[in-house]
Write a protein that binds this ligand. Structure first.
Ligand code: GRF
Length: 185
């Protein structure tokens, strides 16, 4: 199966998937990395794995639709089975959603529907919950609202956002490949 990954930042989830593909734990290939920020460290990680990456800056397009049309043009040659969002900080619009129905997947660092949106880990620690976690879900037009594919719980380290984040990221790197492997069957 062919995957295209979207990222905006560090790209540790992207790298975990690239490694899983390389090892054959994930029976797929990452054909392309698309980033929306020039400084995204994910680009460096792509080089390490010999994965092609492109930067498409939303600001350089006249509308969200035009931006997503440019993405579609890149995807046309590849014909990916799934679009994998990995720290891609942007809502997906109608153009991409209707071109890839039920084929766009996201990972979020909380047990949805709790703590959607930005800084989910900080929100969970601030709220004082004792258990949070990770959710892999299909993407719809909302913010972190689509049908859930897989979830895993992670204990909160009381008052410690950094330690909780470390634990969450470790679980993310496992859960994402398992969830993608499952939906590819
Ligand atoms: C992850 O916590 C992911 O759940 C969220 O954004 C973060 C991306 O981290 N959507 P990275 O760029 O994969 O390291």
């Amino acid at each position: 199966k062919k995957l295209v990954v979207f990222a905006s930042g560090s790209g540790s989830n992207f790298e975990a998937l690239a490694e899983a593909c390389q090892k054959g734990e994930l029976e797929a290939t990452i054909e392309l990395l698309i980033v929306d920020k020039e400084e995204a460290y994910a680009i460096e990680r792509a080089k390490k794995y010999g994965i092609r990456s492109i930067v498409l800056l939303p600001k350089t397009f006249e509308s969200k639709e035009a931006y997503e049309q440019a993405i579609l043009a890149e995807l046309e040659m590849i014909e990916p089975n799934f679009l994998i969002l990995a720290g891609y900080m942007r809502l997906i619009g109608d153009t991409l959603l209707s071109a890839y129905p039920n084929q766009i997947v996201n990972i979020h660092p909380s047990l949805l529907p709790s703590f959607p949106g930005k800084d989910a880990i900080g929100q969970a620690v601030a709220h004082g919950v004792k258990v949070t976690g990770v959710t892999v879900h299909y993407v719809d037009a909302g913010m972190d609202t689509g049908p859930i594919i897989m979830q895993r719980a992670v204990n909160v380290v009381d008052g410690d956002v950094e330690a909780t984040a470390t634990a969450i990221h470790q679980v993310e790197h496992e859960l994402y490949k398992e969830a993608i492997q499952q939906i590819m069957k």
